[in-house]
Design a protein around this ligand. Structure first.
Ligand code: SF4
Length: 278
């Protein structure tokens, strides 16, 4: 069986950086926890736990002296609380997310009404909203054009969740244009997600089956599986090679493989090796 790996797949720059920082910290500190699961990948979270990097669900139940902030970033209130508790902080916030946080804060501090384009319950977006509010201005979360408040006052500033699609952003800009509203756009979309989605769609059109590797609780991995299913009628979303069933691949000549931004190379390689051995 021919196995083709998508041109863009697996851990992005920000997640790789967070993992490197976390593994180094686990080796260096005795008393250390991440604030929330470092990534949506149960095997990696388990491996980190085995290396002594525990998990605190929120600031109120931190028991360690050192805390790792994950790539999604945190609110300024959380940073304040960590400082108050005099904890050592290893900040693995992705630099792209930091840029979006600064944009939300600075636009708000300059008097703009800030529109954060993104999913309201996503931790990164909660951070962006809070950084915007810390700037002292009015901040709204907009997940679709219908979320735009009926009265909006210029000047308007727009900040975008790093993993949002350009299509959603454009639909919101179009709605603002239609209302004759001017805005300042800080385009904080990170290309990693779009690159993975486009590469998965391209590959899924040219293979007999697709395997998507990554956490079942990872929204970006699940989204990749959904995209593949639009182009290929055999899609398998697995976390580990043991979930693959050989009979499912009978008669298949070429299988494509992609992986979410929270799937390390070791997991991708294990699945590739398993498929190539059949
Ligand atoms: S998807 Fe982009 S913004 Fe998000 S962690 Fe990865 S590199 Fe950073």
């Amino acid at each position: 069986m021919n196995v083709v790996v998508a041109e863009h797949s697996g851990v992005c720059y920000g997640v790789k950086r967070a993992l490197d920082l976390a593994y180094d910290a686990a080796a260096q500190y005795d008393s250390i926890q991440t604030l929330g699961p470092l990534i949506h990948n149960p095997q990696v979270v388990q491996e980190l736990a085995e290396r002594g990097l525990g998990l605190a669900e929120d600031v109120s139940n931190i028991q360690a002296r050192t805390v790792v902030i994950r790539s999604h970033g945190v609110t300024p209130e959380v940073l304040d609380a960590l400082e108050e508790q005099k904890l050592e902080v290893i900040d693995a916030t992705c630099p792209h997310v930091l840029r979006a946080q600064r944009a939300a804060h600075d636009l708000s501090a300059q008097g703009f009404t800030v529109l954060v384009v993104g999913e309201a319950d996503h931790p990164e977006v909660q951070g962006l909203l809070a950084w915007g509010k810390r700037g002292g201005g009015t901040v709204y979360c907009v997940s679709s054009p219908s979320d735009l408040p009926s009265t909006l006052q210029e000047p308007l500033g727009i900040v975008v969740q790093t993993t949002q699609t350009r299509e959603l952003l454009q639909s919101i800009l179009d709605a603002l244009d239609a209302r004759g509203l001017n805005y300042e756009l800080r385009d904080t979309i990170c290309s990693a997600t779009n690159e993975r989605q486009k590469a998965a769609a391209d590959l899924a059109q040219n293979v007999d089956a697709m395997v998507v590797v990554g956490g079942k609780n990872s929204s970006n991995t699940t989204h990749l599986a959904d995209i593949c299913a639009q182009y290929c009628n055999k899609v398998f979303h697995v976390e580990m090679p043991s979930e693959l069933v050989k009979q499912d691949f009978e008669g298949i000549e070429t299988v494509g493989l992609t992986a979410g931004a929270s799937t390390p190379d070791s997991q991708i390689n294990a699945v590739v090796d398993c498929l190539r051995s059949w």
